[in-house]
Design a protein around this ligand. Structure first.
Ligand SMILES: N[C@@H](CCC(=O)N[C@@H](CS)C(=O)NCC(=O)O)C(=O)O
Length: 214
């Protein structure tokens, strides 16, 4: 029997924390969340008590300590096979893994120039060439996944998967710094994701953090 605790950072800012949190929420896997406020003198020490990398997210499940969003995703997929966190079909799964990995290791310009700021929808912004290139590549990944593998539902691979969670902070950025101009199919996916009750719940907590309610 699992007893999961997910250590996360501020909901307004911690894009990496949103990913495994959304995987757990969307699949209904029970967990306890513990938020460690970022950018404070005590932050590093508090995270290091739990996460050997000194970074969040970190998942603790009894003796298992899993740091890094993608490692947490794999741990959840393996521990809860019925949650269907990767697509069943081998080709779709290979595509989904590639999409998730590209997000995990790429899109540096977009991440640098447009940091996640979840509660601030519709901010004025610049869109330099590097960011535009990242936006176009992300839209292409989304549309290819939807076209080839998305027939079974509204998510990238039909049913909700790790790939959707990996792109959730991008969905937020596409609202914060925009709404960003996207092809219709990609915009439809972005809006569907942003409207998920779990995304709204995260957004409300992010807004409370910013307004000082939390
Ligand atoms: N590659 C890591 C990145 C984790 C990361 O950069 N986390 C940031 C918050 S979003 C962090 O812990 N920052 C705290 C610090 O640097 O002190 C992952 O995928 O989980």
């Amino acid at each position: 029997m699992s007893n999961l605790t997910l250590f996360i950072g501020d909901k307004n800012l911690s894009s990496w924390s949103l990913r495994p949190w959304l995987m757990l929420k969307q699949t209904g896997i029970p967990f306890t969340e513990k938020l460690i406020p970022l950018d404070k003198p005590e932050t590093k020490g508090a995270i290091l008590e739990r996460s050997p990398s000194g970074l969040v997210p970190c998942l603790v499940d009894g003796p298992a300590v899993v740091w890094d969003s993608l490692a947490i995703a794999e741990y959840l997929a393996e521990t809860f096979p019925d949650a269907g966190l990767w697509p069943d079909d081998r080709l779709a799964r290979a595509h989904a893994r590639s999409s998730a990995a590209e997000m995990h290791s790429g899109f540096g310009e977009l991440r640098k120039v447009w940091p996640m700021n979840f509660s601030r929808v519709g901010m004025r912004h610049l869109c330099p060439t590097g960011v535009r290139r990242d936006v176009e590549r992300i839209a292409a990944i989304w549309m290819e996944a939807r076209k080839r593998f998305g027939a079974g539902g509204p998510f990238l691979y039909g049913r909700f998967s790790i790939a959707d969670a990996m792109y959730a902070p991008v969905v937020s950025r596409f609202m914060t710094y925009g709404p960003v101009d996207l092809p219709a199919e990609a915009a439809q996916y972005r809006d569907m994701m942003f409207d998920l009750p779990a995304m709204q719940e995260w957004g409300e907590a992010a807004a409370d953090e910013v307004s000082g309610k939390n």
